[in-house]
Design a protein. Structure first.
Length: 196
């Protein structure tokens, strides 16, 4: 147990540094101050979820491993152990696309908080996981969360003459409603969108 704890500690603190760098690049790419996004997540909670998808020998195409959802956090770093087993799918223009995992590479997903803070410049990706008829799959997701007390809303840095497109929300309340309702695509995020 001690060894697992150590490995998880090292892994998550290294991955967190990577997430911070990515947030800096993303902010810069969107014309904002590089520190603007990093400052929101630095030193806050990082969640880890390990997903195990056993094989489903019968009618695997009729069973989902994880229902369609968006991640309620800012940024997600995802890795899968058996990278040759296809599982993750993302939705684009109403269609599902398989994401091919690569050995040693992270899959980076934008979550709801980044979509709201960037006033829609970054899109929280709707995704789901399917299962394989004969092979198991294990994935590990690291979620970068802002402070629970934070009021999450579009950052002025990302507005620059644009209209406000999302209602602000207390992050703790958002998480509470996210985890008490069933997963349902982009439903939670769509509720915060303002009519344009
Ligand atoms: O297993 C996967 O590839 C997706 C996992 C996921 O979306 C999640 O844990 O939120
Ligand atoms: Fe997810």
């Amino acid at each position: 147990m001690k060894f697992i704890r150590h490995s998880v500690d090292v892994y998550s603190s290294e991955a967190r540094q990577l997430a911070y760098r990515l947030l800096e690049f993303m902010a810069r790419g969107a014309g904002a101050e590089p520190a603007s996004l990093r400052a929101v997540f630095e030193g806050q909670t990082q969640g880890m979820r390990v997903n195990y998808y056993p094989p489903c020998r019968q009618q695997a195409d009729r069973v989902l491993g994880l229902t369609a959802h968006t991640d309620a956090c800012g940024l997600t770093l995802l890795r899968q152990k058996n990278y040759d087993v296809q599982g993750l799918q993302v939705k684009k223009d109403g269609k599902w696309f398989a994401v091919k995992a690569r050995e040693g590479a992270f899959i980076v997903n934008v979550g709801d908080v980044l979509e709201i803070m960037s006033n829609g410049k970054f899109k929280s990706v709707e995704h789901r996981a399917v299962i394989h008829p004969t092979k198991q799959r294990i994935s590990v997701a690291l979620f970068q969360h802002p402070c629970g007390d934070m009021v999450v809303g579009p950052l002025p840095e990302f507005m620059k003459g644009d209209k406000v497109r999302y209602r602000s929300t207390n992050y703790q309340d958002y998480l509470k409603q996210f985890y008490t309702a069933k997963l349902d695509g982009r439903m939670h995020l769509e509720r915060l969108k303002l009519e344009q």
